[in-house]
Design a binder for this molecule. Structure first.
Ligand code: ADP
Length: 348
């Protein structure tokens, strides 16, 4: 691989954990986002279920019930919320829990909603208590109460909102307050995708971006994408850069394998941070059990990064196991690094 190609390939360093996207990435991402329900790959049960709810709401000429989407980052929560707006032929206003700092911010957003609009709140588990309490009557009766004046002149004014649908997204349902959770009518938990679905997403992206990829190569990218469409697309974009520099007009298996290896994505699809976490548990903590906070502190990473983006996949793929005393490395984790497995898991 030439130096130039290597540099381009490694641009954006770790494609799985790239926190800040470049402007180019954002534009490309938007073009790859599924716009209609028929373009949303995988999760057939959710799609079928949503179709019925959308159809029923449309027939009744009512907004869809408030809907909560949960699952690790990059699995399609934002895409689904935009798809819902598209299918309902309505407008979507997108914001996030941390962005709504004061109740006033929320009131501003709510009072600007038109009938049937979708309000998408990403990271809804990060709303402050005060803001959350304003949301309850808004969700329940499409009303908000606010207090004007102070002291003896204080009065509560009820303000009627136009009926809307709140779509909340969270990476951690466990952190959502029970009263908020109970105000949603529909819940979908998005799980990691199957390799065949990810391969389809990669093939679709290749058409949109005008860079061919053969079936075997698409499957290789899919196998190494940690079950996550966003990662599959990012890996494909980096491989496309390499193909372009190498003056190839398509991606074959050989090119995909070489590029993915160069990117530090191993044959099992684990990236550098996955391997760091596993080696830490295996070497420093003798295989565990160890808490997520200790893992994060030892690696100088945010606990949220480990808890939201690293751990769920390692648990799902069977490298880590959850126990009451923390995370435990499994036989698979030992085998992945060629370390002899001698412990008896039953003890934990
Ligand atoms: P989340 O909101 O869960 O973090 P996004 O909806 O932003 O995830 O998805 C990230 C990207 O992954 C999207 O822009 C899209 O390109 C792709 N993607 C996610 N889910 C799907 C899907 N089911 N079908 C096709 N592409 C998908």
């Amino acid at each position: 691989m030439t130096e130039e190609a290597r540099e381009i390939l490694l641009k954006g360093s770790n494609p799985c954990r790239q926190v800040k996207e470049t402007e180019d990435d954002i534009v490309v991402n938007l073009s790859l986002r599924p716009k209609k329900l028929s373009e949303f790959v995988g999760h057939k049960e959710i799609v079928d279920n949503l179709k019925v709810s959308l159809q029923a709401a449309t027939q009744r000429k009512e907004p869809l019930e408030h809907l909560l989407l949960s699952g690790p980052p990059g699995l399609g929560k934002t895409s689904l919320s935009h798809i819902i707006a598209h299918e309902m032929n309505t407008k979507i206003t997108a914001t996030s829990g941390p962005a709504i700092e004061r109740a006033g911010d929320l009131i501003g957003i709510l009072t600007n909603l038109e009938e049937g609009d979708i309000l998408f709140i990403d990271e809804i588990h990060r709303l402050s208590k005060v803001v959350e309490e304003f949301l309850y009557p808004a969700m329940e009766n499409f009303q908000i109460d606010f207090v004007i004046d102070k002291g003896q002149f204080a009065r509560t004014i009820k303000f009627n909102l136009k009926p809307f649908t709140l779509v909340g997204a969270t990476t951690r349902t466990g952190l959502l307050a029970a009263p908020l959770r109970s105000r949603f009518g529909i819940f979908y938990a998005l799980d990691f995708y199957r390799v065949e679905d990810l391969a389809k997403i990669v093939r679709n992206s290749s058409k949109v971006l005008g860079m061919e990829i053969d079936a075997q190569a698409a499957e290789e990218v899919a196998r190494r994408a940690r079950g996550t469409p966003r990662i599959a697309n990012r890996l494909f974009r980096r491989i496309r850069d390499y193909a372009q520099v190498a003056k190839k007009n398509g991606v074959d298996l050989d090119l995909a394998v070489k590029s993915l290896d160069e990117l530090g994505i191993d044959r099992a699809g684990l990236d550098e941070l996955d391997r760091k976490v596993l080696r830490l548990v295996l070497d420093t903590f003798s295989g565990g059990p160890v808490g997520v906070e200790s893992i994060a502190a030892s690696l100088n990473e945010e606990t949220d990064t480990i808890a939201d983006t690293v751990e769920p996949y390692l648990l799902k793929a069977g490298y880590l196991k959850r126990t009451s005393r923390g995370r435990l490395a499994t036989k698979l984790a030992y085998e992945h690094f060629g370390i002899k497995y001698e412990r008896q898991e039953e003890l934990f």
